[in-house]
Design a protein. Structure first.
Lengths: 355, 355
């Protein structure tokens, strides 16, 4: 952009609701593999919590040998781990479900990626120990409020099974992109659960409790559950691992373009291992061409990809992208419809018109 | 919002493209009848123009008795007119057309309203006079660039028929909401054509030329034309007057709500006279209830309206809003489909789920 005025151009978060604050990333305007705080989507269940961060500490209690309250200084002084992680809201792309579902109508931008630094949860649990009866670990956030389905106040709480809690990549993070975590994203401590949809990565962690049964909080047993049937709850199962997925970032859907050469680009990600292949189709999925990866394919992070497209013939084009991961998962042509609209991962699709 | 953190909540413009800059107003978060510069939608055809505003002047030439170049000082010193005006992009609500059309996928927020101050164009034309052969007046903007359908450079130029140009409400504006017009909205001079879709309100006016024929620029004869047929141009006619229309601002489409009492609210507007009635329906349009107007109904401005809704029964609701204007125009149940997606004004429709 040679014009100096153009330097004032800026894309902004797309507001879905203000209280609680839910704002989407304009994903088409993200470049590379790190999303700055300014364009990091915001997904809140309640108004932002208030607490005195100067007295902040993190208790670990319940079925442990040595209950402990960790100070922030203690946490900062333990050996740290730094990882690049995709955080994807399980409602990402909800607006694409057909039939449509209720809930925040997220487009393709309830996803983000950045560098998280923190202490592995297993290091903290090494101090407290776990009783043999320990089955799940509950993370309670400082945020709370009423739900539409009850008049009681609930805090945002979620659990992890012991194995996932002890995964060396599951961390209690205190930095995002080399800065303290932004308040709206969980300052001072956020649980980061790589590979799972982001509801698992509890913000503003207040307390950790080890229990000997399945946790039954509403954000575990009512929300963040796949309900494959519209009318009843049969066949339900919990939302956990991120499905293999891809998004075409450029061009935008329904754009009108000049004929010429274009670089189609996008991202692909999965909660299962890493991305092994991204393909593109111009004939509705009958034939597929490989895309070029422009970032390395590592666990927990998205892959950037591109494809050089000679668009010399006028007319309408449908462009599809399809990712495959190292566990053999492939994006399906149709998503698994579910009543609350989680986990959309159908082959991505845009249409453009060459004039 | 009692919580001090909540004061940091902000809605932003929704970016459709950056070059040219096209950003939509999050219309659901607009309160009252004045939209601030920060939330004023941006609709650009080309990169922002560059010019030296210190040497700015406005020539009126062509079929006039006394061609003249008006300085900004001259324009500021003439008797002014101040009007509250709706500016609506003719592509507003384009994404709602079915079958879908190509072009920027505007939602419901390519509309804005504010107070414009300027000199009536007729006052300037009184100085220059008009030859008897004068038929149209062309307004050339400082913005220019290539179009997707040609490799030539075009400036953004539009014409008005003499009668509309001489309307006392058609002004050469220099203030928006009591401030100099923001650069992105046409500083220092913008033609404001109340009652017409906003493509007529040429920004950064560079030159005014009086001609004796129909102007044939591409933004007059290719774009901003209704093409009722997908495959050919038969039946085409130009986009001019704003259709009678309404938008439900609250609640948001596809929201899940608690049972309780809600104030549904929205806006209604028309380019034909003023709004006389806004009605709401909960049964798919079989019966209609009048809404309460919460702002006065004046020409060129939108009306704010509300409706108290007792949502005590759980279930899915479809809510429709329908406006009528003083010329007897009523929003239709279906929009007039057209290939480029202009003038969408079907009865507004949202769905909510009461839990």
């Amino acid at each position: 952009m040679s014009n100096s005025y153009q330097s004032k151009l800026r894309s902004y978060l797309i507001t879905k609701s203000l209280v609680p604050e839910n704002q989407e990333t304009p994903i088409h305007f993200i470049h590379g593999d790190i999303v700055s705080n300014r364009l990091f989507y915001r997904r809140s269940h309640f108004p932002y919590p208030r607490f005195a961060s100067s007295f902040y500490s993190l208790p670990i209690e319940g079925l442990v040998h040595h209950p402990n309250v960790f100070s922030l200084q203690q946490i900062y002084s333990l050996p740290s781990k730094t990882i690049k992680v995709v955080l994807e809201c399980s409602g990402n792309k909800r607006e694409l479900f057909n039939p449509k579902v209720y809930g925040e109508q997220w487009g393709k931008g309830a996803i983000s990626q950045g560098i998280w630094k923190g202490v592995p949860l297993r290091s903290l649990l090494a101090y407290t120990g776990l009783l043999e009866t320990a089955k799940e670990i509950v993370f309670e956030g400082h945020d709370y409020g009423e739900r539409t389905d009850s008049n009681q106040s609930h805090s945002f709480s979620r659990s992890l099974p012991i194995e996932k809690a002890l995964d060396p990549d599951t961390i209690i993070a205190y930095e995002y992109n080399n800065q303290p975590i932004p308040f709206k994203h969980g300052f001072p401590l956020r649980l980061i659960v790589p590979g799972w949809y982001a509801m698992a990565s509890v913000k503003w962690v207040k307390r950790i409790i080890v229990i000997d049964k399945e946790f039954k909080g509403p954000f575990q047993t009512v929300d963040y559950v796949y309900y494959p049937n519209k009318k009843n709850d049969s066949g339900k199962f919990p939302v956990t691992t991120i499905n293999v997925n891809s998004t075409i970032k450029y061009p935008l859907n329904r754009k009108i373009l000049h004929s010429g050469t274009y670089e189609i680009d996008g991202i692909a990600w999965t909660g299962n291992g890493h991305i092994t292949k991204v393909e593109i189709s111009f004939d509705g999925g009958q034939t597929w061409d490989p895309c070029q990866r422009t970032s390395s394919s590592v666990k927990n992070a998205w892959v950037c990809w591109k494809y050089k497209w000679e668009a010399n013939k006028k007319g309408e084009y449908t462009i599809l992208s399809k990712a495959t991961d190292s566990k053999g998962n492939v994006q399906p042509l149709k998503p698994m419809w579910n009543r609350k609209g989680y986990g959309y991962n159908a082959i991505d699709r845009i249409k453009v018109n060459i004039e």
